[in-house]
Design a binder for this molecule. Structure first.
Ligand code: ACO
Length: 385
């Protein structure tokens, strides 16, 4: 008996395909709403911490005080890297791109995890904690290494944002800086089936392992159409340089059908709610750090884009004002996307665990456009060019 398979639907870029279920984040792209487990992103940005947000995403509820303390300690207990990893950080070429370094180092964590191939839920959760806890030390210390500075180990008495900035700069951040990064980590933690999360899910759906899934995701986040856009935004601001050059720059790009980085989104056809919060944060930090010119240039780009393409539903996305925010925090431009990795790690891991709880291999089809019925011509009879 032959089984008749349903006719596949052609959906380029999977733009209108719901590939699976998730209880983590919800997006209303028309209204510009993002919720994590039903809680509005703005409320989380104002009130929560990154550690609490991770608990919410992974456990589906806000923690009690005791649960949060225990969860935070579990993460902090895993900050320290396996000893050989420090040596590996020092062996990465100093001129390597930080996203290449991040992808390589995160992947290498698997080499020192005896549970790397244990597929049990408990082991996957432990690996998730290790990945979340250890990635900041890898990123910060690769940056130190490339700048000829000594390793600074993570501090298990600090939260992820503070420990990361302390490692990066060799001194504790101000409260304002630490809180600003903490909020950025909250805002970037999860976003449905975005490209990097989906890439992680494709990998884990083959029953590969968490390290492989997260490594896939890091490679996917790197692209300038996805997480790499925050670096491209800063590059654009630097290239424009002066306020009076903003308008000609934007108009010329639009006329030549080029994109303005940090604008547009596959799902949002309204203002990205993360950008709303980041705009306020970027303004505060710009005022505190004297980066008003860059902020004013960003506002001008937004105004021109709004008038030119706002009617098409193209507004600033999360990357537009996060670029300014990170810049005001004194972070090197090429660290912006690695910091996104630190945050989105929460989403990747949560989605992988959800996928494994009810797994189905992710394997779409393609529309074949090549020929049929071709004859195999022996090599000696093929026409020579
Ligand atoms: N600047 C100018 N025009 C744009 C932009 C932009 N940033 N984004 C989309 N458009 C236009 C396109 O030219 C197209 O116009 P047309 O219909 O006249 O041809 C229309 O909007 C639709 O664009 P698509 O590429 O079909 O939309 P899609 O949903 O595939 O793209 C994407 C979404 C890739 C994010 C796109 O908006 C883009 O390239 N933005 C710039 C890169 C960026 O900021 N990426 C970060 C996204 S957020 C994140 O990943 C964390």
């Amino acid at each position: 008996m032959t089984t008749v398979a349903p006719k596949p639907v052609f959906d380029k870029g999977l733009a209108n395909t719901i590939a699976s279920e998730s209880a983590m984040s919800w997006i209303d792209g028309q209204a510009g709403v993002l919720e994590y487990v039903g809680i509005d992103i703005d409320s989380l940005a104002r009130n929560s911490t990154f550690e609490e947000t991770v608990f919410l995403l992974w456990r589906g509820k806000l923690p009690t005080a005791g649960e949060l303390a225990a969860f935070t300690t579990t993460i902090q207990d895993q900050y320290e890297l396996p000893e050989p990893m420090w040596d590996l950080v020092r062996r990465i070429p100093v001129d390597a791109g930080p996203m290449h370094a991040t992808r390589t180092l995160v992947s290498a964590l698997a080499l020192y995890d005896p549970e790397a191939d244990d597929p049990s839920t408990e082991a996957n959760e432990r690996k998730g904690i290790r990945l979340l806890a250890r990635t900041p030390a890898l990123i910060a210390n690769f940056d130190r290494h490339r700048n000829g500075r000594d390793i600074v180990k993570p501090d298990p008495s600090q939260n992820i944002a503070t420990s990361f900035l302390t490692m990066l700069n060799g001194e504790p951040p101000t409260l304002t800086m630490s809180r600003a990064l903490d909020v950025c980590l909250i805002l970037h933690a999860d976003h449905g089936f975005n490209a990097s999360t989906f890439a992680a899910l494709v990998t884990i759906s083959t029953l590969s392992d968490m390290y492989s899934a997260v490594t896939t995701a890091i490679g996917t986040l790197k692209g300038p159409l996805h997480g790499g856009a925050n670096e491209a935004v800063m590059g654009m601001l630097e290239e424009i340089g002066e306020m009076d050059k903003v308008e000609p720059y934007v108009r010329k790009r639009l006329e030549s059908k080029q994109r303005i980085m940090g604008f547009g989104h596959r799902v949002y056809k309204a203002y990205d709610p993360r950008a709303t919060y980041l705009k306020t944060l970027a303004k505060q930090l710009a005022d505190d750090t004297g980066n008003q010119k860059l902020y004013e240039m960003s506002r001008r780009i937004e105004a021109i884009m709004d008038e030119a393409v706002g009617s098409k539903g193209i507004y600033p996305n999360v990357d537009f004002y996060s670029a300014m925010t990170y810049y005001s925090l004194g972070l090197d431009i090429d660290l912006f996307t690695p910091i996104f990795v630190m945050s989105r790690m929460a989403g990747w891991i949560g989605h992988c665990i959800e996928q494994l709880a009810d797994n189905k291999l992710i394997r779409p089809r393609c529309e074949y456009t090549g020929p049929h019925g071709q004859e195999y011509v022996p090599i000696e009879k093929r026409a020579q060019k």
